[in-house]
Design a protein around this ligand. Structure first.
Ligand SMILES: Nc1ncnc2c1ncn2[C@@H]1O[C@H](COP(=O)(O)OP(=O)(O)OP(=O)(O)O)[C@@H](O)[C@H]1O
Length: 481
């Protein structure tokens, strides 16, 4: 698989550059930013350098009484092929993550079990289902359940494996498919007999030849073309069907129906695996269309508390007044790194220019940047090259920027109806504070309307938002203690 890994890497770079070019041409100018779920997911995967070791508990809803739902504490206990175990260790995985230790025994069980697994980004779901895909291909070659005629048939053809692919993995976008393929290439690097193929835009096929790779990872449209339109492989022979990023899949126009169409072509004995970072009703409804009698595993998210965050509001006359409030705060207390949220790109640009001219080191992250450019901004900010990150709603819920000491809502988060967006507020300020020290959140108010938004947020979380007079140095110094 080694050459595949290099190819996947090259593909990823060149395709991300394509996206960069595409982005620079695309998109009418808009002043408001709305986070694109697929871009957010890709950013998280690329930024997610390591495993999110979580203490959160697992909620396991056992649907299939035959499922051997126990957990393993080591990868050895999974009795994987030596070459696969070698690949896992080569990736630096010493012990299974929480979701892996519980999901893998079921994912690898015989007879195969269907599963719906939900856990937030960075907890190891991709690695879990990739391991299952690679294992199944190995197991499929000589599994006692493999129909005898298939084994005999294969023996007569002296190893020419004509009844492949056996594994389909659907991703909502080209970039996310490449990311998953990368993980598979690294994990299967010592399993030279396993062949992977991307079913994504730009991947050409010879329509006169059947596809012989064992695992296809791609987007629904391309897989529909290869499997149903051009019949380049037999959908009925698929033994493992993985639907990844289901929450993003639902949010990406048109994928919902394509996934259902593909699913309808699979045989009922195919193992259906469904992965999602969120677990809302729409995700669960979609899952029930795809997965029969699933074992359901979800990583519970504890309610985020605002206990260690001190929240203030400042009454300002206008935008200039808001700017002066920020300047006064910086003039009185030492601020580590700060994130300032604006409602529009225009405000973000105006504020960035003013703060830069007053000597602040400022980074701006808005929706007109490509994924690659956003990564660069976030990397620089995380490494402390800039001290102030000015952004809009594009810095959506999923992207965690830890270790900022102060968050300023230059504009409070509101929904499309102008009402308080409490979930976004929680995400925005939920990252302040360092190792349990209290964080500071400052909300800048200019009129009755935004004052009401602020008090609605206060009521929603039942956590006092104190008034702050930024014309008084004593008042400001008090918040820094
Ligand atoms: N058992 C493990 N031990 C150490 N690192 C791991 C383990 N499993 C996964 N990782 C690493 O943790 C990071 C997140 O893993 P993975 O991508 O599988 O999580 P995820 O839940 O799918 O996240 P996302 O939803 O963003 O894709 C990756 O860098 C991966 O290499």
């Amino acid at each position: 698989m080694g050459d595949w890994a290099k190819k996947a890497e090259d593909q990823e770079v060149s395709k991300l550059v394509d996206k960069l070019n595409l982005d620079s041409k695309s998109g009418e100018e808009t002043d408001f930013d709305v986070a694109d779920p697929a871009e957010t997911s890709l950013l998280i995967k690329i930024l997610g350098k390591g495993l999110v070791n979580t203490k959160l508990s697992l909620d396991i809803q056992q649907k299939n009484p035959n499922s051997p739902l126990h957990s393993v504490k080591t990868f050895e206990a999974l009795h994987l092929k030596a070459s696969l175990l070698k690949g896992i260790y080569a990736m630096g995985f010493n012990t299974p993550s929480k979701i892996q230790e519980t999901a893998l025994p079921t994912l690898l069980a015989d007879p195969p079990q269907n599963m719906i697994a939900q856990s937030q980004s960075g907890t190891g779901k991709t690695a879990a289902f990739v391991l299952a895909m690679l294992s199944r291909v190995n197991v499929g070659l000589n599994h006692p359940q493999t129909p005898f005629r298939l084994r005999a048939d294969r023996a007569t053809r002296a190893g020419t494996l004509l009844d492949y692919p056996r594994v389909l993995c659907l991703s909502p976008t080209y970039e996310l498919a490449i990311q998953t393929g990368e993980v598979a290439a690294r994990m299967g690097q010592f399993c030279r007999e396993i062949k992977l193929r991307f079913a994504v835009r730009g991947e050409e096929v010879d329509r006169s030849k059947k596809i012989e790779e064992h695992i296809l990872i791609g987007t629904p449209g391309k897989l529909l073309d290869w499997g149903i339109k051009f019949r380049l492989f037999d959908m009925k022979k698929i033994t493992v069907f993985v639907l990844d990023e289901a929450d993003v899949m639902i949010a990406t126009q048109g994928h919902h129906d394509q996934c259902i169409r593909i699913h309808k072509m699979l045989n009922p004995h195919c193992q259906m695996l469904f992965f999602s970072a969120t677990y809302g009703k729409e995700v669960m409804d979609f899952a029930r269309l795809i997965v029969a009698d699933p074992t359901i595993i979800r990583l519970m998210r504890e309610e985020e508390s605002l206990e260690n965050i001190k929240q203030y509001y400042v009454k300002c006359k206008n935008e200039e007044g808001k700017y002066n409030a920020i300047q006064n705060i910086y003039g009185c207390i030492s601020v580590g790194q700060a994130i300032i949220f604006c409602h529009t790109r225009r405000t973000a640009a105006w504020l960035a220019a003013k703060m830069t001219s007053d000597g602040h080191s400022v980074a701006v992250l808005t929706g007109d940047l490509t994924v690659v450019q956003r990564l660069d901004v976030l990397d620089r900010f995380r490494s402390g090259l800039e001290k102030v990150l000015i952004t809009t709603n594009i810095l959506s819920r999923g992207i965690d920027i830890e270790q900022v000491t102060i968050v300023v809502n230059f504009d409070l988060p509101v929904d499309v109806d102008g009402k308080a967006d409490c979930e976004t507020y929680l995400h925005r300020i939920g990252r302040t504070g360092r190792f349990g020290k209290s964080g500071i959140a400052i909300n800048l108010i200019t009129d009755e309307k935004t004052m009401k938004v602020c008090s609605d947020i206060e009521k929603h979380f039942n956590k006092k938002i104190e008034v702050l007079n930024t014309d008084s140095a004593d008042d400001i110094e008090k918040i820094g203690t």
